[in-house]
Design a protein around this ligand. Structure first.
Ligand SMILES: [Zn+2]
Length: 131
């Protein structure tokens, strides 16, 4: 089987990202009793060029689609984004705050020999609370 190239992988990922958004239903369709959620997160990435920290917060209201995709700031990352959609789903389902930390599943090794190792080190800390 032919080994996937970086371009193949980026294409597959951007398709799955688009699919997640396309099929996402609105909060009110899935959880008619909900007033929405508040999403707060902080992303950290360190490389030779320095330390990047980005934070953001916003509300997702009942008419909004339930899909949370946060871009990974590492330019060499193959994954390119974090999905907090299933965490938001938990928050809505149980009506409780959901928080945690995730590490990016992307790789950043395509420019090195043999494409092994070097998992992207970007992390995201998130808190999702019901409104
Ligand atoms: Zn990444």
């Amino acid at each position: 089987m032919k080994k996937l190239t970086e371009t193949d992988i980026k294409k597959l990922i951007s398709e799955s990202k688009a699919r997640e958004l396309y099929y996402a239903r609105t909060i009110v369709e899935m959880f008619p009793q909900s007033n929405g959620i508040h999403v707060r997160y902080k992303i950290e990435h360190t490389d030779f060029a320095g330390h990047i920290e980005r934070s953001n917060e916003y509300d997702l209201l009942p008419k909004d689609r339930l899909c949370i995709q946060v871009p990974c700031p590492n330019r060499d990352c193959t994954q390119g984004y974090f999905s907090l959609t299933s965490e938001a789903d938990k928050c809505l389902r149980y009506g409780k705050e959901v928080s945690g930390k995730m590490r990016c599943h992307g790789k950043e090794d395509f420019k090195y020999y043999d494409h092994n190792g070097f998992t992207c080190d970007t992390t995201i800390d998130y808190i999702i609370t019901p409104l």
